[in-house]
Design a protein around this ligand. Structure first.
Ligand code: FMN
Length: 456
């Protein structure tokens, strides 16, 4: 299936410094170290806005990742992914103030944050940014996160997604609790808001919750203390890749982040999600945009880019990479020569994310990885597909994936902040624009408009 004429590729930049999908980013001698300053994020957002990106997106987790014994030493010592996370809503608010057009994605967990708080935080910043916000819906995956949020352990994936269904429905109901036009603000007549157009979400609450925590089953009575935003309400995005995660995406997601291990796999997933959205939920298949994660390594020429990739790879210490993989898999130690698929099977469930583990196993099988290979690849790009070459080569590859229906666009994982984004914006974006498959300027003001959606 090819793309419809007139459509444009969508681009999202993923941000979670000081770590990136490349484990050694924080040691880059030319990299910035002011990642706890507002300037760092404002500059990133402005760079991506200069490149007409649809969105800058802030990842999150609620705990420093631990090994199987609850020790976070390895993570902190090596700047493992998740060692530092600023609160995404706060960071998105700052990025909103530094920009005027680019969309702003914030991650919030459905497992621990009450839906009223989720709805209000996101809709607040959606108003403040003029309708540019998206919610990356995550269920959290680890016991460490549960313990930071007052729970003993994380629920199994099925229960987490059940709760996420309840929470998302309630958040949407709260966003819709004010009908369009409910805020009248008529100084003459003295009518501020029309109560007949502002509704409760539920009259009855089921307390304490069936989830056993007294948090009311993801329910809220409403109404919210906010009317609709310039784009109606924030865009919903999600990255679940397990079967249950995909069912969730087909039901709710307007943007899906996927990480495919092959072009065929990407195309099959996009078609599956579009079909399930249509058949299972009566949705228009064009109301779901499937973006594939890629790590671009861009040079002036293909040879330059290959040299840059070698440089990135050479900076990885194999012994350190092995220690990090053992931490991820909750293994005491790992035999570097063992077959990666066998070791992954023996530690099934350690990461809390079945979809991610399936992806590790699929790539390890395809490429015949030993544990040592897997450790290096994990440190290099977390097994996300790399696109390496000159701007024209990278644009050709992304253009092919887009035009052949493998993706509606891409989530760009930078290896290095800020240089990977700067290289992409300066080199690849103009090449995509020349090919007529990416916007040369924003045509709308809201994120929904960038995505080609109607305002809600
Ligand atoms: C691009 C991308 C970004 C993600 N960002 C986050 C994040 O910020 N926080 C988080 O807890 N999980 C994040 N995840 C993990 C997903 O929410 C999800 O748990 C994972 O893809 C596995 O799917 P599953 O939960 O259905 O097994 C991300 C995944 C991808 C592919």
């Amino acid at each position: 299936m090819s793309q419809q004429a007139g459509r444009q590729m969508h681009l999202v930049g993923m941000v979670n410094p000081p770590t990136s999908q490349y484990a050694e980013n924080w040691r880059d001698p030319l990299g910035r170290s002011d990642w706890l300053s507002g300037r760092f994020y404002a500059d990133l957002a402005r760079t991506l806005e200069r490149g007409c990106f649809d969105m800058i997106f802030f990842a999150d987790a609620l705990a420093v990742p631990e090994d199987g014994d609850g020790d976070y030493g390895t993570t902190l010592r090596t700047a493992g992914k998740g060692s530092i996370y600023l609160d995404p809503i706060t960071t998105v608010s700052l990025a909103a103030g530094a920009t005027t057009r680019i969309g702003l994605g914030a991650t919030i967990s459905t497992s621990f944050v009450p839906p009223y708080a989720i709805a209000r935080q996101l809709l607040s910043v959606d108003h403040l940014s003029g309708g540019r916000v998206a919610w990356n819906i995550v269920t959290s995956t680890t016991d460490a996160e549960a313990r930071n949020m007052g729970h003993e352990s994380i629920d199994p994936p099925g229960a987490r997604y059940d709760r996420a269904d309840d929470v998302v429905q309630t958040v949407i109901d709260l966003w819709n609790s004010w009908e369009p036009g409910a805020l009248v603000h008529d100084r003459e007549s003295g009518l501020f808001a029309d109560p007949s157009r502002v509704h409760r979400v539920r009259e009855e609450l089921r307390l304490p919750g069936a989830h056993g925590d007294g948090v009311a089953d993801g329910l809220s009575r409403g109404p919210l203390t906010l009317p609709r935003s310039p784009q109606g309400h924030p865009v919903l995005m999600q990255a679940g890749s397990s079967p249950r995660g995909r069912a969730f995406a087909a039901r709710w997601a307007e943007v899906v982040f996927a990480v495919g291990d092959s072009e065929e796999g990407m195309r099959a997933l996009r078609e599956e999600l579009r079909e399930r959205a249509r058949v299972d939920h009566g949705r228009d298949p064009d109301s779901i945009r499937v973006l594939q994660g890629v790590q671009p390594v861009v040079g002036w020429t293909d040879a330059d880019a290959e040299a840059k990739l070698r440089m990135l790879r050479n900076r990885i210490d194999p012994a350190e990479a092995l220690v990090k993989l053992a931490r991820l898999l909750h293994a005491d130690d790992l035999d570097p020569q063992a077959l990666a698929v066998d070791v992954l099977a023996a530690h099934r469930g350690a990461t809390g994310s079945m979809g991610f583990e399936d992806m590790l196993a699929a790539v390890s099988t395809q490429r015949g990885f030993t544990v040592a290979d897997l450790a290096i690849e994990q440190a290099l790009n977390q097994l996300h597909p790399q696109v390496v070459g000159s701007p024209a080569t990278v644009a050709d590859r992304l253009g092919h994936l887009y035009l052949s229906g493998a993706a509606d666009g891409f989530i760009v994982f930078p290896a290095l902040y800020h240089s990977s984004f700067e290289d992409f914006v300066a080199g690849v974006v103009p090449e995509l624009q020349c090919r007529g498959i990416f916007r040369t300027g924003y045509t709308g003001a809201t994120l929904r408009e960038h995505l080609g959606y109607r305002l809600h």
